[in-house]
Write a protein that binds this ligand. Structure first.
Ligand SMILES: Nc1ncnc2c1ncn2[C@@H]1O[C@H](COP(=O)(O)OP(=O)(O)OP(=O)(O)O)[C@@H](O)[C@H]1O
Length: 626
């Protein structure tokens, strides 16, 4: 099972670009036409040297004296060609921008979706800011290259070839001279490319680390202030910013060195052409017009070579970004859809009124039979049966934390899971909600392995209410309504009333329209729990997994929470990770977890009487609280 997103894929430059383009095919849509237009634009540029040569040799220096009309005609033709070239270049630009934006949007959406598909386990091991940077700034580096570097690459490659060809036509000796000047580049370029590549990979990692440090300090601002850790946090951010700056400066320095090498070689080539060209001219091997044209062609040739360093810069940055994005996309989703899903709904289990629910069927009935399973019918229609069969679990790279849990929970049972901190209660709950899969054994819902259920169906049947449910910036009503489908104001009000929360919402200034603030900060911890419970009520699950909140709330809110919980769990199976033994006291079944094993199960009174782990826990709790 995969767990961690590697920092970057190991692909080479060409393979990275190829894979990157495969992942966002819109980026190369219509590329043939764009390349054709780019070729036209490049050919148009040769018109300047050719016009200069023609105007000089056959106009100004014409055998019979200067031919002004010929010069004017050539200028007009040249002007017209340049106009067309300009228009075509603009068109190439527009096309590249359009396709690259489309392709990048595709890449962003794809990466974002994949991040969401990765299990919470994977997400928690990856620093959030770093993940955000992969979807945003890493994709942006790709964008800069595709829009600017990519355009330059296309145009410059064409220009380089054309200039080389034209130089050969005018003077093969001078053409050889120019190429000889740039020979060292051919040997130096791959080495420079490697050095710059490593430097830019470092920059991308630093960007992720910097965003991670900043986002963590923004999210955890309250804790930082409460513990007086502002200075320490600031130092951490300062370090991240400094390391990013140093990495960026290092990478840019390499690029600047490469760029200045290109400039020096261009100057040397131009000077060499002037000297050898004059010598050839004096010998009559080249006309003045051709020499002038050649000097223009040298500029046309050296321009792309110099630009190559800039392209190298952007290409490396983009490849580093692409690699990090690809690494996200190549991280396998560990909680996957089943190949052959078992269809519980076809057996009529979702008929909540009970009319279409099968009667007399048991969970075991349907495990085979054409992968259609009949749900248990015990008269409640809402409750699910849960079975843990030899469930083992080890977090990636860590020791086993559940060592073969066997447990059956009958439909409609209110279960309290108790145990010391770190004993494995939350792990058990996460496996039951299929936020991750067991490393051994299986978890069954109405006799069906959770891995055989469609995720959509599983999520609609099993709902986990975490200790601190996330509230979105909006109103109480909109947060209650949060779910896979749109819920009407009527449904929200019905949920509130059914859970007996209307007494609370009616006292609020704007009722259900009261804003909750960022992450629900305008509400008290207890009120946030009430919203979470109403949300869970609308989710209408068959199995509720509740991670009991540990935060203390005022007695009135506690009464409301308990009443809402009673109503919410009524007629359903519920599994509560109980932090208060009063919850266990009220449960039908108490499950005691100790160091990854279920050591006791039974009713509260039964377990208290048996003098085991639970009895000890209970006695020490009573001594402390009563
Ligand atoms: N994401 C994780 N990666 C690695 N180990 C983990 C992870 N989450 C929990 N563990 C380890 O698994 C063991 C069981 O943890 P778990 O959270 O299930 O215990 P718990 O009984 O719910 O504790 P608590 O009452 O404190 O919430 C612990 O040793 C814990 O350190």
């Amino acid at each position: 099972m995969s767990s961690q997103i590697s920092s970057a894929s190991e692909l080479g430059v060409v393979a990275t670009v190829r894979r990157g383009l495969q992942l966002s095919p819109a980026m190369v849509e219509g590329i043939r036409v764009t390349l054709l237009l780019a070729a036209v634009a490049t050919i148009g540029r040769v018109v300047v040297p050719v016009t200069v040569q023609q105007a000089t040799d056959n106009g100004i220096l014409a055998a019979g004296g200067p031919d002004v009309a010929h010069v004017v005609l050539l200028c007009l033709i040249g002007f017209a060609v340049l106009l067309v070239t300009g228009r075509v270049s603009a068109l190439v630009n527009v096309r590249l921008y359009r396709t690259s934006e489309k392709g990048l949007a595709q890449l962003r959406v794809r990466t974002f979706r994949h991040v969401h598909d990765l299990s919470t386990l994977t997400q928690s091991t990856e620093k959030r800011g770093s993940l955000v940077s992969r979807v945003t700034s890493d994709v942006d580096t790709v964008s800069m290259f595709v829009q600017r570097g990519g355009l330059m690459l296309v145009l410059n490659a064409g220009q380089l070839m054309l200039a080389s060809l034209a130089m050969l036509v005018y003077s093969w000796q001078l053409a050889l001279l120019v190429w000889a000047c740039f020979l060292p580049m051919i040997f130096l370029a791959p080495r420079a490319q490697r050095v710059v590549s490593v430097a830019y990979a470092g920059v991308r990692v630093r960007v992720g680390a910097m965003l991670s440090a900043i986002s963590e300090s923004v999210v955890g601002a309250e804790t930082i202030r409460a513990f007086g850790a502002s200075e320490r946090t600031q130092r951490r951010i300062d370090t991240a910013v400094r390391e990013h700056r140093e990495a960026a400066v290092r990478a840019q320095t390499y690029v600047a060195l490469a760029f200045s090498t290109g400039v020096v070689l261009s100057a040397v080539a131009l000077a060499a052409v002037v000297v050898l060209g004059t010598y050839l001219g004096v010998r009559g091997d080249i006309s003045i017009g051709a020499l002038l044209a050649f000097l223009f062609l040298v500029q046309m040739f050296t321009g792309p070579v110099q630009n190559a360093t800039e392209m190298l810069n952007e290409l490396q940055n983009a490849v580093a970004g692409w690699r990090r994005v690809i690494a996200v996309l190549e991280t396998p989703v560990d909680v996957t859809e089943p190949d052959e899903p078992v269809d519980l709904s076809r057996a009529g289990h979702r008929g909540r009124g009970g009319a279409d629910a099968p009667t007399g069927a048991t969970a075991a009935d349907g495990v085979d039979a054409g992968r259609v399973v009949a749900a248990p019918s015990d008269g409640t229609h809402r409750a699910a049966r849960v079975t843990f069969e030899g469930v083992r679990y080890a977090y990636p790279g860590g020791p086993e934390v559940l060592h073969g849990v066997d447990l059956t929970i009958e439909p409609g049972t209110q279960v309290a899971v108790v145990g010391e901190t770190g004993s494995g209660k939350t792990t058990l709950a996460k496996l039951l909600a299929r936020l991750m899969d067991p490393t051994g054994g299986r978890v069954l819902l109405d006799g069906v392995d959770l891995r055989d259920l469609r995720l959509r169906e599983l999520r609609s049947r099993v709902v986990l209410v975490p200790q601190e449910g996330f509230l979105f910036d909006g109103t109480i009503g909109s947060n209650i309504a949060y779910g896979p489908t749109a819920r009407s104001a009527e449904q929200v009000r019905e949920a509130v009333t059914s859970l007996g929360l209307d007494g609370w919402t009616d006292t609020l200034p704007a009722g259900l329209d009261t804003p909750v603030g960022q992450r629900g900060e305008s509400l008290s911890a207890g009120e946030r729990q009430l919203v979470a419970l109403a949300r869970a009520y609308l989710a209408d699950a068959d199995l509720l997994i509740l991670d009991e909140a540990t935060s203390a709330v005022d007695p009135a809110t506690e009464t409301r929470i308990n009443r809402a919980l009673d109503r919410l769990t009524h007629g359903r199976t519920s599994v509560t990770i109980a932090h208060r033994l009063s919850t266990a006291e009220a449960a039908d079944l108490v499950v005691v977890v100790d160091d990854g094993d279920v050591v006791e199960t039974g009713g509260h009174h039964e377990l208290v009487g048996s003098d085991g782990t639970y009895a000890h826990m209970y006695r020490s709790w009573v001594a402390q609280t009563r």
